[in-house]
Design a protein around this ligand. Sequence first.
Ligand code: AMP
Length: 279
Amino acid sequence: MKIFHTRAALSDYLNTSKNNHLSVGLVPTMGALHNGHISLIDIAKQQTDVVVCSIFVNPTQFTDPKDLDNYPRPVEADISKLENANCDVLFMPSVSEMYQNNEKWNLDLSNLDDRLEGKFRPGHYQGVTQIVFKLFDTVKPDKAFFGQKDFQQFLVIQTMVQILKLDVELIMCPIIRENDGLAMSSRNIHLSAEEHKTALVLSKVLKHAQLDFDKKNIADLKQSATDQLNSVQGIDLEYFEICDAGDLNPVSDKSPGSIIALVAAKVGRIRLIDNIILK
Ligand code: AMP
């Protein structure tokens, strides 16, 4: 696996691949890699010739500086996981390689960034689009691979691609879960064994909502999920919403073509998100 730390060296290398008519796939990550990330690499390997994984803990998407400081950075373990997955290229830039001081970025995300995650993490999606734009600009991938785990992020990036008319195909990859149902996340390593158990209610309520979808109306589905989440000690619920999967507007009936349930909660100090497609 080739490892690059600068944009110039990476794009030089990729230009040669492109000149040889090889397609390029990009998997952006913040590292602390788990099998969810590796599944993205595997899908990218199936669909493109040269797979670039980026590891960059992007400061502009963090609302809480402590969260940024505490974000895990197990670089050596990440490199060996990527090597085992036969990833072709790792891009691991420094903050100063990606940002100048006080850079401005403000993209109109058609209100997608003022709800759900956007409401609890103001400015988060401006930071996400800012860095993903820079990564797209450097790698110029044919395809970029993102997880359904961050469903709203996928829609936000899709919106950016449409607004800025970027020439990249976005691929959404399924959520990878632990055997007990907990969605894999780099933050899970901070959960104690007891918190891990507590956190299982997130995937459970989503699964229940999916099983009950044909039996209950939207209000009842939402009510029973919220009741169940609030009944568990140690869960600090931020939101449970049932939304149109196209625009993330909350739904009151089942008419939209695709419907998704999304949840965010703090378990101890750890903030977790999860979702499931209901229709
Ligand atoms: P992150 O490192 O958390 O920024 O995630 C990098 C990419 O991996 C994003 O596209 C995430 O949606 C995706 N991802 C994170 N967790 C999972 C998971 N459990 N299953 C599938 N994809 C995931």
